[in-house]
Design a protein around this ligand. Structure first.
Ligand code: CA
Length: 328
């Protein structure tokens, strides 16, 4: 045999051995189960069980939704009940408030009558302070002028030392600040309450040369807080010559945090006080206190335009009120 033929035969043998020895060769395809061999009874049991579970769940859901509906109705009923009880409480509160306000009015009248009596029995004394009940039933101390023009004046504002800043916010002007023996503002709420009956206002001023002037107004009143403590003034009389407060008549009160004035500027911030700023001032009695030497340079000082102009800050000011029907 030629060498080439031997080699070809050897290769053929290797191929046959390799082919026959392959693991796939002897395997037969897996035998399929016939439908009869499927586990039919087990499957049906499971389906039945699932169906029962679904039925249970739906009945549970329906029960839950019914319960939720019942709860919702009960919540709505409770809310309605609460609303009606809150309305009842509100009306009771309103009634109590109006009673309280009525009592306060009585107290106002009593305190003003007391002021009159005290004045009549203490004429000649320099000054006297007495205690009156304020709205919150706390004690409010006031300072009285028992001498000027027959006395009977309750002082509502004083500037004489410059130790108290008058550049304050709404709340402070509402409640009052300072010391009644020094510089102070009695408080818009108190002034409003004290001026409920016909009241007269007197403004006394002194310049740095020691000259004194005054202005008086009939029918002085301050509106309530809802009315922004609006100023109401009647007729002017006095020795100061020019009336510089009537420009502020029928004007709301403004502070640095509440701009109620009648122009685009914020007058309270420009004039550094709390006042019935119109647009802005003819007087600025709650302005900055400037000492002699500094008193004639600023527009935000304690000014009365009709007397010393817009840049002269006065040395001393007092605002005081007394009942219109007061007789010394
Ligand atoms: Ca303004």
């Amino acid at each position: 045999m030629p060498k080439k033929t031997l080699s070809a035969m050897a290769w053929l043998c290797i191929f046959i051995v390799a082919f026959v020895g392959h693991p796939v060769w002897p395997q037969k395809p897996p035998k399929r189960k016939t439908p009869a061999e499927l586990t039919v009874p087990a499957c049906c049991e499971e389906a039945k069980e699932l169906k029962a579970q679904i039925a249970n769940l739906s009945s549970l859901l329906s029960e839950l939704s019914q319960k939720q509906e019942r709860d919702w109705v009960s919540v709505v009923m409770q809310v309605m009940e609460l609303e009606s009880s809150s309305k009842r409480m509100e009306s009771r509160l309103t009634a109590a408030e109006s009673k309280f306000s009525e009592m306060n009015n009585q107290i106002d009248i009593m305190q003003l009558q007391a002021a009159q009596t005290v004045t009549q029995t203490s004429a000649g004394r320099c000054c006297l302070s007495w205690r009156v009940l304020s709205r919150a039933l706390s004690l409010l101390q006031v300072f009285c002028d028992m001498e000027t023009s027959g006395g009977g004046w309750t002082i509502i504002q004083r500037r004489k030392s410059g130790l108290v800043s008058f550049y304050r916010d709404w709340k402070q002007y509402k409640q009052g600040f300072g010391s009644i023996r020094g510089d102070f503002w009695l408080g818009n709420e108190h002034i409003h309450r004290l001026s409920r009956r016909p009241t007269r206002l007197r403004v006394e001023m002194e310049d740095w040369e020691g000259t004194k002037r005054h202005a008086e107004y009939s029918r002085f009143a301050l509106g309530n807080e809802l009315n922004s403590y609006r100023l109401f003034l009647g007729n002017y009389s006095g020795s100061v010559g020019n009336d510089a407060l009537s420009y502020h008549n029928n004007t709301a009160f403004s502070t640095k945090d509440k701009d109620n004035d009648n122009c685009l500027d914020k007058c309270a911030q420009l004039r550094k006080g709390g006042y019935w700023y119109n647009c802005c001032t003819d007087s600025n009695l709650n302005g900055v206190y400037y000492l002699l030497g500094e008193h004639n340079k600023h527009l935000d000082g304690i000014t009365w335009y009709g007397w010393h102009g817009s840049s002269y800050s006065l040395k001393r000011v007092e605002m005081k009120i007394r009942p219109e029907d007061f007789r010394p």
